[in-house]
Write a protein that binds this ligand. Sequence first.
Ligand SMILES: [Zn+2]
Length: 221
Amino acid sequence: MIELSNHTDDQLISTAIKQMVNYGQIFYRKGWNLATSSNYSAVISANPLRLIMTASGKHKGELTHSDFVVVDENLQTASVPGFANADSLKPSAEAALHVALAKIPGVKAVLHTHSVWSTILSKLYFEQGYIELCDFEMLKALPGVDSHETPVRIAILDNSQDIDALAREVTKRLHADKNQHAFLLKGHGLYTWAESLEQARNQIEALEFLFEVVGCSGDKH
Ligand SMILES: [Zn+2]
């Protein structure tokens, strides 16, 4: 058992789990995380870094309190006061990306979806390297955007089963541009991160809405 100071408490963990269970059901109904796809995490301690995240192989529309694990910055499961990891559970296969994003100062939550439109658009715009969203009122749901006329570029990275390499690439890009709050993986889906689970949820909803609008309208961006 690793002792954490007052940074972690039962309430924080159970609230984060409740929110992620709820978001799993909402996103599932929207078709954004069918089957066992997608994963979610919340930072429960910044120092030492501890994330509560969805365990590998769980259906996101049917998550329960027992489908989560706590991981440290080395992707090892770590018990914390008020929460014991089940031996049978492994962290999500994409845990390295969550940890890389959680290391950004101020980031408290990372949400990832596999929607139809993020999959289609990430392939359609891959050669361009990004999709630019502009002239949409919904953009104002994103951090730092206070006008529909503010263009927002969502980078598109090549997909890979080498998640450690992807995590290094993401860290490099975020170093170069600290204003990003989302990216797409080609043929895979959307990652977004925020200062809270609620804000990350808002970003998922806004971006998935915008991808659907762009995809259905057929306009090139
Ligand atoms: Zn994924």
